[in-house]
Every structure is written in structure tokens, then in C-alpha cells.
Write a protein that binds this ligand. Structure first.
Ligand code: ADP
Ligand code: ZN
Ligand code: ZN
Length: 740
């Protein structure tokens, strides 16, 4: 017997199968991982196919050394998916296969962490007698008492309660009163307090949505787009759908943009489904992630909640894939090989006969356009549960405030409403999409902002430790006393960030309690969950944060939401800036009035007449979609076209730019005159909007391409071109998450 093996080396050169001999007695299946000799070394590989005969000199064929597990680490359906990803992303197969496994499985066999346990062996009715018999040792008596529930107790736990228990335990073990054993330690991560509603009676909209979705568990269907306004009860629909899948013996994958932002989803699912649920995300320790992966692979966990990479979870009989907040950018992977989680979900749905549900209160322009074309089925939930009204949104023109002499952070209206809220013992959430104290430290004399030495961005002032920080590379510098450009002492913070707002809130509302949630306050592992718990418990009246607090959270006591500077994201140099701003504002607004008391939202802006602000204020997705769709069509942006770029990063800008220029010329030379060239609507080599990140100069060749069946061939060629040798690093990106 022979096996075709993909060796786990990420190189175009070895992106083909190698034939190995299967030694007698070794049982292999496609998808299993093996160790094989490769040149002078040993490598890991994946079994692709088994065959009876080898197609060349059998004497030269080397035997497989060992199987790394006794089951296929990659399920057959995921193996097929890997082939598809290779085609689409133009990457070596082994790169695609790596996506299917937790990173810690590579590089040899996993060390499974074990833990020592102690368990009582004495029958229930003789425990008391046994405790009496150990009168000569307080320690042994205490241990027997602790163990009297006859459950296994981790040794570490006993050590916390009894000082140096080992000798005493040994004594008891020698007399066969207890046993000591090693067991796999499955580590259980923390997700905050479980606080979940019991099964409510479904609303008519939830019932209707479910009736449309259920048939897709049994027969093939187009993907669904569930457009439900904030607070329409989408989670409950997911829960019922998943429960149906389970009852048919199938599993489910629920994807969320970022686990730490959606602790409630985990808790609600956990309280309904308990241990058949597994959670996969990047904040797990490697051991935790591997534990969860194994529970899924062995079928102990059949429901998986996770961030984008969970779309590859080895759920064997997949019934449904749900992509919550499907409009989020985090679903586009930014590492090689690039993939769009939503495409993978749809592909698994087709391949494995699972229902695919994309859901959002603010669907991506792309997905909504797909419903217009009839490629997705649209399901709408236009109302909140229990006839709760959507919050009332007030747009405040901050230019007007300035004219009236208000130079503060808060408009008169927002301040007034905050006062009311605090006085009436309700809670408020304030959103500003910038962390730190001020956006920049600027010199009043020469006008320069202090920039990071390694990135072309202004550094942000953090008042807590009086430092300047770069949010791109993490560089930290003490605040200088003089302007680095002109030596003047007139350097001042400009603009505002979360820390500045926090300071102002504490000044205006002493005693109200302010919790700040941003990258800086949530650095340690469980900080998110703890801050959310504290706010929910009412330990603070005001939750202030970056986009971290914009979505997913459900605090029934919150009646007021404020967007302090709504325009921040609107001015980004990206064609998606309007879409993102609209989504963010509607999501933020959606945090208000989710409980019994109706909500109020105050959006502070300098552009109250902009269609994005107007659409967000009216919370009118369709109106926004119509304007945005028309704009994309007129300006030929996706979904009417495709954006792509070669990103060139090097030490010096001249080098990066020269490479970009060379690639542009090469593309023009290779394709001009061919029919493929007509698919290129636009090509330009230029400095990237952010010219330097982490000390590397950045240039790019920006391309706008027509959507056409041919374009795929063009992309494959571009990928090849990017793979050639250059003086600087070149990366080819298709519809990248960021064009900056
Ligand atoms: P969405 O994700 O659509 O914004 P959620 O799923 O967070 O909405 O639900 C909003 C709130 O409504 C939650 O507090 C949830 O417990 C509650 N809820 C959901 N369905 C029902 C129902 N059928 N009856 C009563 N309350 C419900
Ligand atoms: Zn200066
Ligand atoms: Zn930097």
C-alpha cells in the first residue's frame, strides 16, 4: 500500500504530492497526519490518498515513519475545502490544510496536559468510620472529609486547602482508602457570569423567520440573509435553529466577529446547551484551543462558537452555519492565505448540505445586493421584541455648538440627557472611536503633530502615564517638553480620545462611576468579561468605550447612548468608510432602550447633512443602502468591481515605490493588447495612504477590476507575479480589509 502525501512545507516548490510506502500494520486514512523522511530531514505531512501501486521505482520509495494521530485530523469534507481554497487563494495546498488545524498541532505530537487527581475509594456508608479511624492525624481526617463526596479532586485543589498533603495522601493510598491518578486536564476558560433568559415565547417575527429557516436543515438551500434590527431577538432565532439541528443529530457553527466583544452570546448558548458547546478564539491559550478542537473533532462538542477561524471547525455532520454581524471586517482574514469567512461558510453549506445564515442589523452592501439578485434569501425582522420601540435618535450639529460658545466635548443636549440618566438611576453608554487622551500632540507654533518614528501616523497622548503611544506599532515615548520640530514649548493635545472623555465625565458627574473599555483597559485576559459584569451589576452608571462597546452587548438598564464624535470613521481614505460609519452608528444606537424603558441616542457630528448621518439617525437601512449602492455603481466600486493591490514593503520608500512601479509596468506590458487587459479598469502605483508601519515603507499598486469570469485568470497571474523575487516584500491582496 502506498500513500500520497502533502508535506507540510509552505513553498510553491513542494506544492505537490509525494508517494510514500505504508509500512505493514500501519492503518491510514486520507486526512491523517504522518511523519515522513523528506530529504535529509523528517517532516510532517497529510495523507491525501491511498493507492495500491506506485507509479515509479518502488525501491526508491521511502516508508512513512509514523502516524501522528489514530484518526484523520482533517475530515474528508474539509480536505475538499482545502483544495478549493488552494484554487481560489492561489496558495500551496499545505497552507490551506494548515487552516483546518489549531496551530499547536503542528511541529510534532501534542503534549496533552495531564493533572493529578485524588479520589476516595471507601463506600459511602463507611466513610464516617474511616474518618474516625484516622484520629492520630488531623491532616488525614481533613483529607477524607474533603474527599467524602467521592468525586475526583485535583491535587492542586487539595494543596490549597491542606498544607503539604502528599505524605498523608500516600499513606491513605497505601491502605487503598484513596487512589491517585493522572487525567487529561481539560481547561475551562472564563466567559463572565452566566446570566441568560429562559426560553421565551417567540415573537411572531421570530416564529416566521424560523419557519423559513428550518427546511434548510433538511434540503439544500441558498444562503439566507437575516436582516433584523437591533434588539429584534436574532440570538433566540439562532438558539432555536441550532436546537433543531441537534435534534436531527447535526452540529452547528456560530461565527461572531470577535469573541471578547460578544460574551453574551457564549453565555446564552452555554446556559442552554452546556457542554455540547465549544468555543474557539484567539485569546484562548494554545492548550485551551487544542482541548476545544479535540472535543469538537471527537464529537463531544457539536456546537461551536468562534471567531472567523472557527469556520474550519471539524464538526462532522454540519447542520447549520450562522454568521452573526456578517458585515464585520474581521471576517476577512488578513493573513496569507486570505479568505472571506462568509465565502467559506457558504462553501461548507453547499458541500455539506448545511443551512447558511448571514445575519445583521446593518448587512454589508455586498450581502444585501446578493438578496436583490436572488442569490440569497432575505428574511426580515423589522421590529424589536415585545413591541419595544427603536431608540429615538437626535443629531447634534457640533458647529452650531461652537458658534454658541460651547467648546466642550459634550453638546448641551448630551450633557442634559446624561444628567437625567444619572439622576434617574439609569445607565448610559458613550462611544468614541479613539482610545487614549488626545488624537495628537500638536505644536501651536509650527503646526506639526508628533509622529511615531517608525510609522507615518501621529502618536496618541495617554494621560495616565503621560506617554505618547503609536497605535500601529506600540511604540511608547515620554511626552517631550519641547516641539521636536521647532523647539517651541507650545505643544498641546488636540482632538479627544477615551481617556479625555473619561476625565471630563468624572469631573461633570462625580460619583456616577465610569467604566472605560478600550484596548488599554482590556489588555489582560479576562478584563472584557469582568468590565461587562461590573457594568451589568450596576457598579457604574456610565460605560465609555471604543467600538469594542458598539455591538453585541445587551444591557437592559441602558436608556441613553451617545456617539461623541461620529465623523471620526467617515473621513477614512477607504471607499467603505460610509458603510462602516453607518454600521457603527446604527449598532451603537442599538444599545439603547433594550429593556423596559425606551432609549435615547445622541449623535454628535460636524456633518449632519451627510447621507450616512441622516440614514443612521433614521435607522433606515434601506434608504442608506439605496444611496450607497448608487454611489458604488457610479464610482465603480465593489460589488460592481473588485479592488486588489500589490502591497510593497521595504526599508526605504524609493525601493518600495520602485518595485510597485516595476510591477505596474510589468502588468501593463504582459496584458496590454490581450482581452484580459479590458478587465483592468484602473491601475496605479503609489505610496500607500499610511506610508510607514513598524519602520517599513509602504507602496502599492492599486487595481480596480471588472467582475467577470475571466478575472479569476487574471488574479491567478497576479498571484504568480507577486510570488517572484523582488528587492522588497510583495503581497498580493484581493478585496483587502484595509486599503490603508
Ligand atoms: P439582536 O441580536 O437582534 O440585537 P438579541 O438577540 O440580543 O437581539 O435580543 C434582544 C433582547 O430581547 C434580549 O434581551 C433577549 O433576551 C430578548 N428577547 C429575545 N427574544 C425574546 C422573546 N421572544 N421574548 C422576550 N424577550 C426576548
Ligand atoms: Zn513646533
Ligand atoms: Zn508606530
Amino acid at each position: 500500500m502506498y500513500a500520497e502525501i502533502i508535506v507540510d512545507i509552505a513553498s510553491e516548490m513542494v506544492d505537490r504530492v509525494f508517494t510514500y510506502l505504508v509500512p505493514d500494520g500501519m492503518e491510514l486514512e486520507p486526512g491523517m497526519r504522518v511523519r515522513v523522511p523528506f530529504g535529509p530531514r523528517e517532516k510532517e505531512g497529510f495523507v491525501i490518498r491511498l493507492k495500491e501501486t506506485a507509479d515509479y521505482d518502488e525501491k526508491k520509495i521511502k516508508p512513512i515513519l509514523e502516524a501522528l494521530e489514530d484518526y484523520p485530523a482533517v475530515l474528508p469534507q474539509l480536505m475538499e475545502l482545502a483544495f478549493e481554497i488552494r484554487e481560489k487563494s492561489h496558495c500551496p495546498l499545505c497552507e490551506a490544510l494548515r487552516l483546518m488545524l489549531p496551530a499547536e498541532m503542528r511541529g510534532g505530537r501534542i503534549k496533552i496536559k495531564t493533572q493529578e487527581f485524588v479520589q476516595l475509594l471507601i463506600p459511602q456508608d463507611r466513610i464516617e468510620e474511616a474518618i474516625q479511624s484516622q484520629k492520630r492525624s488531623r491532616k488525614r481526617q481533613l483529607l477524607l472529609t474533603l474527599l467524602s463526596d467521592r468525586q475526583p479532586h485535583p491535587m492542586d485543589e487539595l494543596k490549597e486547602m491542606v498544607k503539604d498533603p502528599r505524605d498523608a495522601i500516600q499513606y491513605l493510598a497505601d491502605r487503598e482508602m484513596v487512589r491517585v491518578f493522572e487525567q487529561e486536564a481539560l481547561r475551562a476558560p472564563y466567559y463572565g457570569r452566566i446570566d441568560a433568559p429562559k426560553d421565551p415565547v417567540l415573537t411572531p417575527e421570530q416564529t416566521e423567520a424560523l419557519e423559513e429557516l428550518l427546511p434548510a436543515l433538511r434540503t439544500a438551500h441558498k444562503p439566507f440573509l437575516l436582516h433584523g434590527v437591533t434588539g429584534s431577538g436574532k440570538t433566540e432565532v439562532y438558539i432555536r435553529l441550532v436546537r433543531h439541528a441537534l435534534s436531527q443529530g447535526k452540529g452547528a457553527i456560530i461565527l461572531v466577529p470577535e469573541i471578547v466583544l460578544t460574551p453574551q452570546m457564549i453565555n446564552w448558548f452555554r446556559s442552554r446547551f452546556g457542554n455540547v458547546m465549544a468555543v474557539l478564539h484567539s485569546r484562548l491559550s494554545p492548550g485551551e484551543r487544542f482541548d476545544e478542537w479535540r472535543r469538537i473533532r471527537h464529537g463531544d462538542a457539536r456546537i461551536v462558537i468562534g471567531a472567523r477561524s472557527a469556520v474550519f471547525a471539524p464538526v462532522e455532520k454540519l447542520g447549520v452555519v450562522i454568521v452573526d454581524e456578517e458585515h464585520e471586517q474581521t471576517y476577512l482574514s488578513d493573513h496569507f492565505p486570505q479568505y472571506d469567512t462568509r465565502e467559506i461558510a457558504a462553501s461548507r453549506g453547499r458541500r455539506e448540505g448545511a443551512a447558511v445564515v448571514f445575519a445583521s442589523a446593518t448587512p454589508s452592501i455586498y450581502s444585501y445586493a446578493m438578496t436583490r439578485r436572488g442569490d440569497y434569501t432575505l428574511i426580515e425582522m423589522p421590529h424589536r421584541v415585545l413591541l419595544r420601540p427603536l431608540p429615538k435618535v437626535h443629531l447634534v450639529d457640533m458647529r452650531q455648538e461652537l458658534r454658541m460658545g460651547n467648546h466642550g466635548i459634550f453638546s448641551g443636549l448630551l450633557k442634559q440627557k446624561l444628567e437625567d440618566c444619572v439622576a434617574n438611576d439609569r445607565q448610559a453608554m458613550l462611544f468614541i472611536n479613539r482610545r487614549g487622551y488626545a488624537s495628537a500632540i500638536t505644536c501651536r507654533k509650527c503646526g506639526e503633530a508628533i509622529k511615531c518614528s517608525r510609522c507615518d501616523v501621529s502618536m496618541t497622548f495617554h494621560s495616565v502615564d503621560q506617554t505618547l503611544r503609536c497605535h500601529y506599532c506600540g511604540e511608547i515615548r515620554p511626552l517631550p517638553r519641547l516641539c521636536p520640530s521647532c523647539q517651541s514649548p507650545y505643544i498641546r493635545p488636540m482632538g479627544i480620545g477615551t481617556q479625555k472623555v473619561e476625565e471630563e465625565l468624572n469631573r461633570l458627574f462625580p460619583g456616577a462611576g465610569v467604566i472605560r473599555m478600550d484596548v488599554d483597559t482590556t489588555a489582560h485576559k479576562n478584563a472584557h468579561f469582568e468590565l461587562v459584569d461590573r457594568f451589568r451589576a450596576g457598579q457604574a452608571k456610565i460605560l465609555l468605550g471604543t467600538q469594542m462597546i458598539a455591538k453585541g452587548l445587551d444591557f437592559p438598564q441602558v436608556t441613553l447612548v451617545g456617539a461623541v464624535m461620529a465623523d471620526l470613521t467617515l473621513n477614512f481614505p477607504d471607499y467603505r468608510a460610509p458603510e462602516r460609519t453607518f454600521q457603527l452608528l446604527v449598532q451603537v444606537a442599538g444599545r439603547a432602550g433594550r429593556g423596559e424603558n425606551p432609549g435615547d441616542v445622541v449623535i454628535q457630528t460636524y456633518q449632519p447633512d451627510h447621507y450616512v448621518l441622516k440614514g443612521a439617525a433614521a435607522q433606515d437601512y434601506r434608504a442608506f443602502f439605496a444611496s450607497e449602492f448608487a454611489r458604488r455603481k457610479a464610482d465603480l466600486y465593489p460589488p460592481f468591481t473588485m479592488m486588489a493591490r500589490f502591497l510593497c514593503e521595504g526599508k526605504a520608500m524609493e525601493e518600495a515605490l520602485a518595485t510597485a512601479e516595476a510591477i505596474r509596468e510589468r502588468v501593463q506590458k504582459d496584458f496590454s493588447g490581450t482581452p484580459l487587459f479590458r478587465r483592468i479598469l484602473f491601475i496605479r502605483a503609489d505610496e500607500a495612504p499610511i506610508t510607514r508601519i513598524q519602520g517599513r515603507a509602504r507602496a502599492h499598486v492599486l487595481l480596480k477590476l471588472l467582475n467577470h469570469p475571466d478575472t479569476d485568470r487574471l488574479l491567478a497571474r497576479f498571484q504568480e507575479i507577486a510570488g517572484e523575487e523582488y528587492p522588497v516584500r510583495v503581497l498580493f491582496e484581493i478585496n483587502p480589509a484595509s486599503l490603508a
